[in-house]
Design a protein around this ligand. Structure first.
Ligand SMILES: NC(=O)c1ccc[n+]([C@@H]2O[C@H](COP(=O)([O-])OP(=O)(O)OC[C@H]3O[C@@H](n4cnc5c(N)ncnc54)[C@H](OP(=O)(O)O)[C@@H]3O)[C@@H](O)[C@H]2O)c1
Length: 273
């Protein structure tokens, strides 16, 4: 019975991971969220998910070490002490740097510092604690796959070649997380644990909801880059499509194939869009 922990399972890509993995009744799926009651209500009202007794919702803010520790203990109780997959999906996608280049962000130094700190606390430090706390369960599991949801924006060669300016603070936090994945791989590959950073590609979850005309004009050059980089690109994928593709990459990746510590896209390579 494979067991899967998904962080940020309340909405967006994480909720879709919850939906897809729990469709197999053999899987035990643990969704880690900030608001347990709201997510349990959402699941119970979702006609797709109603009655799936293999879904377990636990509560922790990823920045709360003690709550993560309790979640690891509760996961062990649910699974019998092991865990096959971690999908570290929870993340801050800040609005502050979504549209503007880093030089413009510098005109608001206090907001820049605040957002950068939050991005590191949630996207990097929280995941390091998550991995360390849940690793004893993963080592006791069968599959031993630890995945972090990264972003192609963290690929410096993409940024340099295509001049992709948005998301500077966010991308830096994801780049740091890619390095964290490599360091965990360096330590735990001898124990058979696959660590992988995986980019979902652009996915429609409402990040641009409420964008002003000026915001949309600021992001237009980025969309032009996507169209040139990936001819035929029109719009972000639906979560259902991206998650299906990522699950295929997760299943296909292994230490034996040399994937330990790698940074891959939903295509299983370095094609980000
Ligand atoms: N969408 C894309 O195009 C795209 C592209 C590349 C990478 N990604 C990555 O994909 C992952 C999922 O993003 P998404 O697009 O689905 O975004 P989203 O809809 O904004 O979802 C973010 C999730 O992270 C959770 N979260 C945020 N801060 C948290 C914290 N401090 N503690 C615990 N949970 C927290 C949120 O929970 P609440 O509901 O409690 O806020 C939510 O479940 C992120 O890591 C993101 O960087 C997304």
């Amino acid at each position: 019975m494979p067991s899967i922990l998904i962080t940020g399972a309340s909405r967006g890509i994480g909720y879709e991971f919850l939906r897809q993995y729990s469709s197999d009744t053999q899987n035990t799926v643990i969704g880690l969220v900030r608001n347990k009651l709201a997510t349990e209500r959402k699941v119970s009202e979702d006609t797709d998910l109603q009655g799936r007794s293999n879904i377990h919702i636990l509560q922790a803010d990823i920045t709360d070490y003690n709550a993560l520790k309790q979640a690891a203990a509760d996961t062990a109780d649910t699974t019998g002490g092991s865990l096959d997959y971690i999908i570290a999906n929870a993340g801050l996608v800040p609005k502050f740097d979504l549209f503007l280049p880093i030089g413009e962000l510098g005109k608001q130094p206090e907001e820049l510092t605040k957002t950068f700190r939050e991005a590191f606390e949630i996207n990097v430090i929280g995941n390091v604690h998550l991995f360390n706390l849940f690793l004893p369960l993963v080592l006791a599991g069968q599959t031993k796959k630890v995945i972090t949801i990264s972003s192609g924006l963290a690929d410096n060669s993409f940024t340099n070649k295509w001049g992709a300016t948005p998301g500077a603070l966010y991308a830096a936090s994801k780049a740091a997380m890619n390095t964290v994945i490599a360091k965990f791989n360096a330590q735990y590959k001898k124990d058979g644990v696959l660590f992988l950073a995986l980019c979902p590609g652009p996915v429609e979850v409402g990040h641009y909801d409420g964008a002003t005309a000026a915001d949309l004009a600021a992001v237009e050059p980025m969309l032009g880059i996507f169209r040139e980089y990936s001819p035929g690109y029109e719009r972000p994928k639906a979560p259902e499509v991206s998650v299906r593709m990522m699950r295929d990459v997760i299943e296909a990746s292994s230490l034996e194939k040399g994937d330990g510590g790698a940074f891959k896209s939903h295509y299983g390579n370095q094609q980000w869009v």
